[in-house]
Design a protein around this ligand. Structure first.
Ligand code: C5P
Length: 231
């Protein structure tokens, strides 16, 4: 039987934890790493689900994009590390990154920096008072993540190469916007196939709707994993 590829992360973008559990059940052994976002956290059951997934031997990525004063981020990261979570996102600003790195010290939790939200354009950055383009700010923030001792960054497939080059071989580069040739692009504007994202430097890919909206999520996850094999 084909095994789950630990580099494949499936986002549980569902309105309820019951839907998320059904999805995990449907995917079965074809995936071993799940992303739990703010929507499920807001339902009140996100952490319980995360603990349950860990108990079932899965890996958990909390995509909560923390952004607060250092003391709050540090304590939150420490609590999430204690819960056994594997990946946590924080905004890639020096103080926030440093606090998260302090908070998870001594644990296996990996802190990932979110560089620039893909919803922001150059015009948005100008309006917010930044003098850099999104591309320049992404690079600056990858450098901040490295300097703070973060474990990696979230990067679109076209930024993965830069993140890998700057961060070196052990840096985590987690890439959403991944679409196999056979699936719809949905609302993702710039996409890469699983193999192309890995070749560009991604250590992990986040691939959602091609799997989660498929009639057979188990078969779809195996198909994505098969495309990743050998890269
Ligand atoms: O279904 P799909 O593969 O597009 O899901 C991608 C996941 O990655 C979603 O959870 C989405 O919020 C997240 N994400 C993204 N693009 C980013 C950052 C995060 O699609 N730039």
């Amino acid at each position: 039987m084909a095994l789950a590829d630990p580099r494949l992360i499936v986002p549980l973008d569902t309105p309820t934890t019951a839907d998320a559990r059904r999805l995990v059940e449907a995917i079965g052994a074809a995936a071993s790493f799940y992303k739990v976002g703010l929507e499920l956290f807001a339902t009140g059951g996100g952490m319980e689900l995360a603990r349950e997934l860990k108990g079932a031997g899965k890996q958990v990525f909390l995509d909560w994009k923390l952004h607060d004063i250092g003391a709050t981020v540090e304590r939150s990261a420490a609590v999430l590390a204690g819960a056994g979570c594997d990946f946590l996102t924080v905004h890639a600003e020096p103080q926030v990154l440093a606090a998260a790195v302090r908070g998870k010290a001594g644990s296996d939790l990996k802190v990932l920096g979110v560089t620039v939200l893909t919803s922001l354009t150059d015009a948005d950055l100008t309006q917010m008072g930044f003098s850099e383009t999104t591309g320049q700010l992404v690079e600056r923030r990858i450098r901040h993540a490295i300097a703070a001792g973060a474990d990696g960054v979230i990067a679109s497939p076209h930024e993965a190469e830069l993140a890998r080059r700057l961060g070196g071989p052990d840096f985590l580069v987690v890439t959403p916007g991944v679409r196999p040739e056979w699936s719809a692009k949905n609302d993702q504007a710039r996409v890469a196939t699983p193999a192309d994202a890995l070749r560009a430097g991604a250590s992990h890919i986040v691939c959602g709707r091609p799997i989660t909206a498929a009639p057979d999520p188990h078969a779809a996850a195996l198909k994505v994993a098969a495309e990743m094999a050998g890269t």
